[in-house]
Design a protein around this ligand. Structure first.
Ligand code: ATP
Ligand code: MG
Length: 297
């Protein structure tokens, strides 16, 4: 069975992960400065931000997923970790150093893939690499092509984003992230626009990459709506609700993981059921379409 912690508690340590704490958030609150939508709301609502008193840690080499309903602050949390927004209060650390803007230690893949429309796919990937490393022209191109091949875009490097489908564009943004070869990967629904078949391929690829000896120390914060994806990939799952971490679950399956073995195991099915119940509040107050959801369990 999984280990869950109760509402109000903040962290489960994973003794099997010996690495030091890589990422730490302490009582972080944030509100977008131009949030006009809230200005007309009740006074108490105005005082609330997009993120309230958020605290969690991620160890080196750990894969942590953030799940939660739309608008609960997942992308905002990632933007703070990426250094693209600054917390109003509280602190964020990487390797015990306070985050002060974007850093070469972090690669980000955004929910809306954010490719430069005027750059060909390969140039988009090369742009990412250049942010963190100076490579010779030939080496730069070879690395970009290597990662484009990995995500199944062999021979597509000279196309512009508008010549690629949404799923292909998203794969370019994943190639760009991986090609940066940073220690920390911040991924916001990276497979959201990818079709079901390629999604499976990319999940397996990511799992394989992260379980390979050279990349075992990569630390990943991954936002997803897909519960099965979260279980397959993660060591730990943070469930956000009401602008903070509502529940934290340690995924009971060990590494290396093989999809076929995982999805048929009893442990997986039990854990999945627990997560679904939490996500759709099956025992709780919301009573959200319970009958419909039970069908999937
Ligand atoms: N640039 C912005 N300016 C003002 N408000 C914003 C901005 N971006 C997001 N918000 C608001 O902040 C809250 C959290 O948004 P966020 O994008 O973090 O949600 P999310 O959990 O990632 O949702 P989703 O699952 O739909 O991607 C929402 O209420 C949203 O309306
Ligand atoms: Mg989001």
């Amino acid at each position: 069975m999984s280990t869950t912690i109760k509402k109000g508690e903040t962290h489960i340590d994973r003794p099997e992960l010996k690495g030091p704490v890589k990422i730490r958030l302490e009582n972080v609150s944030f509100r977008y400065p131009d949030d006009i939508s809230r200005k007309n709301e009740r006074k108490e609502a105005v005082s609330k931000g997009q993120i309230e008193d958020l605290s969690f840690t991620v160890r080196e080499g750990e894969f942590v997923s953030i799940i939660g309903g739309s608008g609960c602050g997942k992308s905002t949390t990632l933007s703070l970790l990426a250094g693209l927004n600054k917390a109003d209060s509280g602190k964020l650390y990487i390797d015990d150093k306070e985050i002060d803007g974007p850093g070469k230690d972090r690669g980000v893949v955004f929910q809306h893939y954010a490719l430069f429309p005027w750059m060909r796919a390969r140039k988009n990937v090369e742009f990412g690499i250049k942010q963190v490393q100076n490579l010779e022209r030939k080496e730069l191109r070879a690395r970009a092509d290597h990662y484009l091949d990995l995500v199944g875009l062999h021979g597509e490097g000279s196309k512009f984003p508008y010549q690629l489908s949404g799923g292909m564009q998203q794969r370019v943004s994943i190639a760009r992230l991986l090609a940066m070869e940073t220690d920390i990967l911040l991924m916001d629904e990276p497979f959201g626009a990818v079709d079901a078949k390629n999604r499976v391929v990319l999940q397996d690829l990511l799992l394989e990459l992260l379980e390979s000896d050279s990349d075992k120390k990569k630390t990943v914060v991954f936002v997803t709506h897909d519960i099965d994806e979260a279980i397959l990939l993660s060591d730990r799952i943070l469930f956000m609700k009401g602008r903070k971490i509502y529940r934290e679950l340690t995924v009971p399956m060990s590494h290396p993981r093989k999809r076929e073995e995982i999805v048929t195991s009893r442990q997986y099915l039990e854990f999945r059921k627990e997560l679904f119940a939490l996500f759709y509040d099956l025992d709780g107050e919301d009573q959200y379409e319970n009958k419909h959801i039970e069908y999937f369990l």
